[in-house]
Each structure stands twice: as C-alpha cells, then as structure tokens.
Design a protein around this ligand. Structure first.
Ligand code: EPS
Length: 359
C-alpha cells in the first residue's frame, strides 16, 4: 500500500493517491464525511476558525461503488483560503515553524498558509485512513480508535477501559466526560492568553490477529512509529508502555502467557516487530502550535532580526483535532502490514496455540 498527498493549504485543492487497495471494497464519497468532520477546523471555538466543506471527490479507482484495484485518487477543493493573513509574515521565519527549514532546503519562500507544512495536509491522511479503516473492519474485524489522553498539564484520568461514547461526545476526544468543563475553561484561558500548548493522542487497534509485521526491517512498531512521527507537530511516539519501560523490572513488564491468554499488555500488542494478537497500543506527543500572536524573536530571509507576530486563524492546541489523524495513520500501517502478511504467509499466523488477547 502506498499513500502520497499533494496540494498546499492555500492552493486550489489538496488530494491523495492511495495505491494498492484491493478491489471490491464498497466506497462512496459519503464514507469520508464523518472522519473529515471530526478532524476539521471551524467546528468548535477551540480550533482554527477556517471553514472548509472538506467534500471528497473520488477521481479514480472506484467503479459502480467498489474499488477497482487501480490507484484511488481523492481530491478536496480548498474554499476558505485567506492569504492576506500571511502578508505580515512575508519573508519572516516563525520560531519553531517549518518555514525556516523549508527555506534552507528549497530556497523558496511562499508563506501563504504554511503550504505543505500546514495542518491542512493532514486532511488527506484522514481521507486515506478512511479507506484503510473500512478495509480492516470488513476483512479482518479490526477497529482503530483514538482519544486525547493529555491536554497540556491535564491528564485523562481513566481507571478502566476507554469510554468511546464519551470520546465522541466532546470537542476534545476526551474519554472522561466529567473532566470536559475543566478542559473548556483551560482552553478558553489559553486562547485568551494567545499562547498554545501540546497534547498527547492515544490509539488502540482491536482485533489485530497475531502475525502482522516483519521481524527485522519493516517491524510493525517501527512503521507505526514512523507513520505517527510523520504527522505535523509530532515530537514523540510511544508503543505500549513507551518510555515508562525504562523504570520497569522485567518481571513487571513481561506479559505472562497462560492458556487463558496474556495477563497484561505492556508491549502494546507487538513482540519482535510482529503483532501478538493483543490490542495494539500507541500514542503520539504533539508540540504546541508555533503560530502565535505573542511576539517572538525571529529572522527574515535576509538575516535581519525581526519581531514575529502571527495573526490569522490558528489552533491553540493542534493536538485537539489530531485523534482522527492518529487513527488514520495507524489504520494505514495496519492495512499495509496485513496485505504484506497475506502476500508472504497466507493464513499462517492463526496457528495453535491461540492465546486470546488481553486488553
Ligand atoms: C494552519 C493555519 C490555519 C488552519 C490550518 C492550519 O489555516 P489558515 O491560515 O489558512 O487559516 O486553519 O488548518 C486547516 C486549514 C486544516 O484543515 O487543518 C497552520 O498554520 O498550520
């Protein structure tokens, strides 16, 4: 499976090509609406107020409502660009923004909307992920779901499993309904202050059978880490217990195996780069958004010191709407690994003894 996206935030359109999707999957433009709306700006006061319809046009790869096996090309036209917002940025480099490194790499300065480095690019990841989620659900009964596990200093207090009904019923994808008023107040104060904050998004995949992944190159966890790290603003990725493993003893970390199943899941459902049949667990750390109206020191392309002030429509916490993006990247990696596993091993991976998954 290969995915590529194209288009700039302030160009006429954005799109993606998804190559390698098997034929026969039912797919219609309406299938994309739900996840794209979950990710979109302008739906609550806590995100950027840019309003895009995010209506997908399927340009190729579908005939009479089913995928044909040829490349899927998806397009979304941009309708609410406001490039004048970027006039003040002009030739300046925003601290912590990609515009400095894009300049170093390409020597081209086009400040309008951040171009390819804009969070707008993630729209097409979510669109591609819809296809992967659908294929995984229909062919393998796999379900990929995420939630916001930390917003700034506020950690989601979850004792038992994640309440996904709660996650879908608030603008933060927060799993604890009782904490939502606290988050609303937190975000209102943050937005008024003009500053931004980071966040952690967690994701689980249920129903992944044992055997997906590669033993050395192309490990499931390595590819998952790369895919999550490739999302704008991600600075850290954890698989299973992640960095908590540093302080664990082997006796505490090991997921003991019994005839009734694994007794724990510190590994995040992946052993030796291959899925164990347990829930696959990962999380991604998003940095605070760099486009701030609070003045910061920067340079312009001529090397002059400038005071950078970014106005316009920006997210005080880009992680708030990143849950669907993390789900999408996870689903794409799992679908790719599923197809590779089938190509090499057929049905191997369902051999006895079967150790049922433990959450
Ligand atoms: C973004 C700035 C804003 C956001 C945008 C990401 O765009 P603009 O400057 O054009 O108003 O709205 O996010 C999206 C449009 C989106 O669909 O995610 C930025 O600086 O990254």
């Amino acid at each position: 499976l290969r995915v590529t996206t194209f288009g700039e935030s302030h160009g006429p359109a954005i799109g993606c090509v998804l190559d390698g999707c098997p034929p026969g999957l039912a797919l219609a433009a309406e299938d994309f609406a739900h996840d794209l709306a979950r990710r979109a700006t302008g739906r609550t006061r806590h995100t950027s107020q840019r309003r895009e319809a995010d209506a997908v046009e399927i340009l190729s790869g579908v005939h009479e409502g089913r995928t044909t096996g040829t490349p899927l090309a998806l397009l979304i036209r941009n309708t609410d660009q406001r490039s004048r917002d970027y006039a003040a940025i002009g030739e300046q480099f925003r601290p912590a923004h990609a515009d400095y490194t894009y300049w170093q790499k390409y020597g081209i300065r086009d400040p309008r909307g951040g171009g390819r480095s804009s969070a707008r690019e993630t729209t097409m990841r979510v669109a591609a992920g819809v296809v992967a989620k659908k294929w995984l659900a229909e062919r393998h009964g796999v379900r990929v779901r995420g939630w916001l596990s930390q917003l700034g200093e506020v950690r989601a207090v979850v004792d038992a499993g994640i309440d996904f009904d709660a996650v879908e019923s608030n603008p933060f994808f927060w799993p604890v309904a009782a904490q939502v008023p606290e988050l609303e107040a937190y975000m209102d104060a943050l937005r008024k202050s003009g500053d931004s904050v980071g966040a952690e998004v967690s994701v689980v995949a249920d129903g992944v059978p044992p055997g997906w992944g590669e033993p050395v190159y192309g490990k499931l966890d390595a590819e998952l880490a790369a895919a999550l790290m490739s999302i704008n603003a991600v600075k850290g990725v954890a698989i299973g217990d992640g960095f908590d493993v540093v302080a664990q003893r082997g006796t505490a970390h090991r997921d003991e195996i019994t005839a009734d199943g694994f007794l724990s899941n510190h590994a995040g459902g992946i052993l030796g780069g291959i899925s164990s049949g347990q829930q696959v667990r990962a999380s991604a750390a998003f940095k605070p958004t760099s486009s701030l109206r609070l003045p910061g020191r920067g340079l312009d392309v001529h090397g002059n010191a400038v005071e950078v002030v970014t106005t316009g429509r920006h997210d005080p916490c880009v992680g708030i709407r990143a849950t669907p993006i993390v789900e999408a990247m996870t689903a794409l990696v799992l679908m790719d690994q599923a197809l590779r596993h089938r190509a090499q091993c057929g049905d191997v991976g369902t051999v006895a003894p079967r150790v049922p998954p433990a959450a």
